[in-house]
Design a protein. Structure first.
Length: 310
């Protein structure tokens, strides 16, 4: 494990595609302290998920005694290492945002507003688009999704030329990767929920999956090896290295933690093509990521490739 995620309450900010709860249910300060100590003892990077409401002063005082990363809803009162917003209008009042921003958005909202996203890009250093309804992505969306990403790739190219190399996860991440860089929940990270138990990620807690240990006894994930890329027969042969390969989405949509849904695969391969277009274009202006290769492919879904070869 590399990371310990501490969710301060059920309504703590979501940094992924899962929906947060509206229930406050604040973690007890004793559990919080035990979690912080456990993380330090295990040499883990601690990430804190904050709610929208203000914490009691004693909580923040305790948290400040430990090195950590704060993930918060975007606001002008606090500082944060990572910001989260639920719509792009929240970014309009800012001239420049240095910390990475995660935007929760539906497929239809993205396809309807991708040009507005292009207008926002110069304001940020890094923007992560997090789709809240991957399950709704259909074959009818594929052409429009590709068109929108190609439009954004052209916008990013212009910013690179202007020496403002911003990052947009859907397009730029693949241009910097030579191996898989997925979610890896349960392998590289573990979550302490407000109930004091460990879960693979906050989504497993909120969807009432069984806990996988506690602070006293440690982490015990059943069949943990299935979470590893080496045991994912489709993903280990794939080079859509930026794909989130979300374990919770896998479980929700395919009932297998190591098998992504068709939607995840197709979206990632459309993104991969946009990444290739961007990489080829910015290399015409100078050397960039010389170790990265994005070959041309003739398929969207690697599962279809396997079927055709069998």
């Amino acid at each position: 494990m590399k990371y310990l995620i501490i969710s301060l309450c059920d309504s703590a900010v979501s940094f992924c595609n899962y929906e947060r709860s509206e229930t406050p249910n604040l973690i007890s300060i004793d559990v919080l302290e035990s979690a912080l100590i456990w993380g330090i003892k295990n040499n883990l990077n601690i990430q804190i998920l904050y709610p929208r409401y203000e914490l009691p002063c004693s909580y923040q005082t305790l948290i400040d005694n430990y090195e950590h990363i704060e993930i918060r809803y975007l606001n002008k009162v606090h500082n944060a290492d990572i910001w989260v917003v639920n719509n792009f209008s929240e970014l309009e009042q800012y001239e420049c945002i240095v910390s990475p921003v995660i935007v929760h958005i539906s497929i239809s909202e993205f396809l309807s507003n991708y040009k507005e996203i292009g207008d926002i890009l110069p304001k940020v250093k890094r923007l992560n688009i997090c789709f809240t309804d991957v399950h709704n992505f259909t074959e009818d969306n594929e052409a429009q999704y590709e068109c929108s990403l190609n439009y954004l790739a052209k916008k990013i190219e212009g910013l690179y030329i202007a020496e403002n190399p911003i990052q947009l996860n859907l397009i730029t991440d693949r241009t910097m990767l030579t191996q898989m860089n997925n979610c890896n929940a349960g392998i590289e990270s573990i979550t302490v929920a407000p109930d004091g138990n460990f879960y693979i990620c906050p989504a497993f807690y909120l969807s009432k999956n069984k806990a996988c240990g506690n602070i006293k006894d440690g982490v015990a994930i059943p069949n943990q090896r299935l979470l590893a890329i080496e045991n994912a027969p489709i993903c280990r042969l794939c080079d859509a290295f930026h794909c989130r390969r979300c374990v919770h989405l896998n479980k929700s949509l395919t009932n297998e933690v190591n098998t992504p849904s068709r939607q995840q695969c197709i979206m990632s391969h459309i993104e991969r093509r946009a990444s290739k277009i961007l990489l080829d274009s910015i290399r015409s202006f100078g050397q960039y990521a010389p170790d990265v290769d994005i070959p041309q492919l003739d398929y969207n879904d690697p599962f279809d490739k396997l079927i055709n070869q069998s």
